[in-house]
Design a protein around this ligand. Structure first.
Ligand code: FAD
Length: 450
């Protein structure tokens, strides 16, 4: 017995699910969205901690992310640029701190040349292989059989150049050690952002933010869907299906429809029970897409003190606990906020510590970049999506070594009336909100065209 029937059920009210529902509804379809959490937005989440607004999840938009930029404009929202005036800080593996300006880390001349050569090589690979079907490249098997770590070291014997380049994709994007994913996966990441050069250019990749927070994009999409469309606190546990119908069971209600879009990250597909069970192919490859792990660090101070020292707040250090730090001061605020990122094994190490020691270690790392004032924030908070049942990691999922060329070509295929969509299997905008919007719209259009 269903509580409701409709044309299409959407599982998950993140940016993917909501943009799919929006597209379907605009085409006249009756849609129900079932969301496990008590809020919409998924991995985008804007909240107040001790009165301070933080972007706990996704926040930045780059200039090429036109699907998201168009949606933001359509919703009548404003964006603003990240503060970027001033010098950056680089900390070398031996702990030497250098203040610099420009795009290139202040490393020795030969390391700089080596980094430039690797960037050019990755740009060329990204341009040739692209983000849409990297598995079709003639050297896909070869590139997918070697870890990004080892691929880099096969290209160059300059360890510092390899570590610095590796950081942009490993700690910086996929949030797994560079030994855990392939060179092909790294090239997909670069191609999905337009080029590898875009990933190393923080002015590009971390360009703009949404006034009022990124979650408000999802909140407004949900509100515009109207009463009774989005159901919160409704974790989907079961999907029964035939060739042309589905019955979707959540804790709150059961919905029957012609099709369903499972708009959750791939690591959560198998937490839903399918009757009949999914084909062998899906049962196998869904196990090979796993979440990375990153702690997003937020620290707020009475003023953005680093600006008085001529610093923009940006810092990089491939060997540091906090590998990247940026000025994340909110639009129109006097207080200054820093955001930093601690990835994979460093995140494991932090979670093994008690809360006070963890905080102290992290603040010391921020202070190494920006000075002792960083030790005394008024508000301090760590985003911990690894502890969230309905995400289980951050930022997104990627294949383990060899998985992308073996299974990537199947990841967007529906199984009967069951469609899968999330930023994690998007091409352009892969792992980003822009990719979520694109794949949500594309999946809805696929359903509309059948
Ligand atoms: P999600 O946002 O994960 O939404 C999936 C939804 O499905 C969730 O609401 C979840 O609760 C729900 N769900 C899961 N299982 C079930 C179930 N069984 N039943 C019902 N509902 C279910 N991207 C950027 O573009 N810029 C950034 O600066 C950026 N920074 C990030 C920082 C962090 C800390 C994190 C975690 C992510 C960041 N991202 C960023 C990535 C971005 O947030 C994601 O790519 C995007 O949110 C993915 O959208 P989605 O709808 O595909 O998935």
């Amino acid at each position: 017995m269903s509580d409701r029937t409709c044309d299409v059920v959407v599982v998950g009210a993140g940016p993917t699910g909501l943009s799919a529902a929006r597209t379907l509804q605009a085409a006249g379809k009756d849609v129900v969205v079932l969301e496990a959490r008590d809020r919409v937005g998924g991995r985008t989440w804007t909240d107040h901690i001790e009165g301070q607004m933080y972007e706990i999840g996704g926040q930045w938009i780059s200039p090429d992310q036109s699907a998201l930029l168009d949606l933001v404009e359509e919703l009548g929202k404003e964006t603003y640029q990240r503060h970027r005036e001033g010098d950056s800080v680089y900390i070398a593996p031996d702990g030497t701190r250098t203040v610099y300006n420009g795009d290139m880390f202040p490393v020795g001349e030969s390391t700089q040349a080596e980094m430039e050569r690797l960037i050019a090589q990755l740009d060329e690979l990204a341009a040739r292989i692209g983000a849409t079907a990297p598995w079709e490249a003639e050297d896909a098997v070869e590139l997918d059989s070697v870890s990004f770590h080892h691929w880099l070291r096969n290209q160059s014997d300059d360890e510092l150049a390899c570590a610095n380049i590796g950081m942009f994709i490993a700690g910086g994007m996929l949030t797994k050690p560079a030994t855990a994913f392939s060179a092909l996966q790294a090239i997909l990441m670069a191609a999905s952002a337009g080029s590898f050069s875009h990933l190393v250019d923080d002015h590009f990749i971390l360009d703009r933010r949404v006034v009022g927070g990124m979650q408000s994009v999802s909140e407004q999409m949900a509100a515009e869907l109207g009463e009774g469309v989005v159901h919160l606190n409704s974790p989907v546990r079961t999907i029964g299906w035939t060739e042309d119908s589905v019955t979707v069971g959540s804790d709150a209600m059961t919905v029957s429809a012609a099709s369903v879009i499972v708009a959750v990250p791939p690591n959560l597909y198998s937490h839903i029970s399918y009757t009949p069970h999914l084909p062998r192919l899906q049962q196998i490859f869904h196990q090979h897409q796993s979440m990375g792990l990153v702690i997003k660090v937020h620290a707020t101070y009475p003023t953005p003190f680093w600006r008085e020292d001529g610093l923009c707040g940006t810092g990089f250090g491939a060997g540091q606990l906090v590998q990247e730090v940026y000025d994340n001061t909110n639009h129109g605020e006097e207080r200054g906020t820093l955001v930093g990122f601690i990835s994979d094994v460093n995140a494991d190490a932090m979670f093994a510590l008690d809360e006070d020691t963890r905080k102290q270690r992290i603040l010391e790392s921020l202070a190494d970049f920006l000075g002792a004032q960083a030790l005394e924030p008024e508000v301090f908070y760590l985003s911990d999506f690894g502890a969230e049942e309905w995400t289980r990691g951050a930022y997104a999922t990627s294949y383990d070594l060899g998985g992308l060329h073996r299974w990537g070509r199947f990841q967007n295929d529906p199984v009967g009336p069951i469609h899968f969509a999330s930023s994690d299997i998007a091409a352009h905008g892969y792992q980003h909100v822009d990719g979520a919007i694109r794949i949500g719209q594309d999946t809805a259009n696929k359903i509309l065209s059948t």
